[in-house]
Design a binder for this molecule. Structure first.
Ligand SMILES: [Zn+2]
Ligand SMILES: [Zn+2]
Length: 239
């Protein structure tokens, strides 16, 4: 027969597990102290950096130096910093955060984001600009996922200045449009009034697909005098 003390201890352990569930990996739900467990972390699809355009991360044909993608889009930013491809399972996790309000994924994604960006930096930029949502979309979603991605960064770098800008227009997803439609879609979508003369800016987005949205913002930054514009993103969608 169980002693009363043992029974009490067993009951306590059981209640502890009910009340404080053991931390789980957000990807495979195995018990893990890290938000993404070691196995899942190593299985994430990293961008191969060899034979990539240093500005837009597009694949370059062997021995080719000039990037046709940069030429076609006339990118105004200096470089995109990204470590992950827009691929399973990270794409699903981000979609769960954005469209299913899985706000509990924020810790994992923001840690992953910052651990991928930080090694590429020698110093912090003068201003961080999160790609804004239109206020209607922000109201429906309740948050901007880009701000959530920046959480870990802000905790570690509370002094880094954030510059919030306005999105005037509700735009269509750029990837669904042709070139002319993309330009019209983004015309006057954003407004930047801050004086950015001589400044180093980091534009932050969750996923960069065609690059036209961040390019439109980079253009505005340069018009305001920015000396360098980098793009930080969690995932880069490539061909
Ligand atoms: Zn896992
Ligand atoms: Zn390029």
């Amino acid at each position: 027969m169980l002693s009363v003390t043992k029974l009490y201890r067993l009951l306590n352990n059981y209640l502890d597990k009910l009340i404080i569930p053991e931390p789980q990996c957000v990807l495979c739900t195995s018990v893990s102290q890290e938000a993404i467990c070691r196995d899942c972390y190593h299985a994430l699809v990293k961008l191969p950096l060899k034979s990539r355009c240093p500005r837009c991360l597009w694949a370059l044909p062997p021995k080719e130096i000039a990037c046709s993608n940069c030429k076609e889009h006339q990118f105004q930013f200096e470089r995109i910093i990204a470590s992950y491809s827009y691929a399973f399972p990270l794409d699903r996790v981000l979609q769960q955060l954005k469209y299913h309000e899985k706000i509990e994924y924020t810790t994992a994604l923001s840690q992953l984001f910052w651990s991928a960006i930080a090694p590429h930096l020698t110093k912090l930029p003068d201003a961080i600009i999160p790609v804004p949502l239109h206020h209607k979309k922000h109201k429906i979603r309740g948050f901007n996922q880009v701000h959530e991605l920046l959480r870990e960064f802000h905790q570690l770098n509370p002094q880094a200045p954030l510059l919030n800008i306005t999105r005037h227009k509700e735009t269509q997803p750029q990837a669904t449009l042709n070139r002319l439609q993309r330009a019209n879609n983004l015309a006057n979508a954003f407004e930047i009034t801050a004086d950015l003369r001589g400044k180093h800016i980091a534009l932050v987005d969750d996923v960069v697909t065609t690059g036209t949205t961040v390019n439109e913002l980079a253009k505005l930054c340069k018009q305001q005098g920015a000396a360098q514009v980098d793009v930080w993103c969690l995932m880069r969608a490539l061909e």
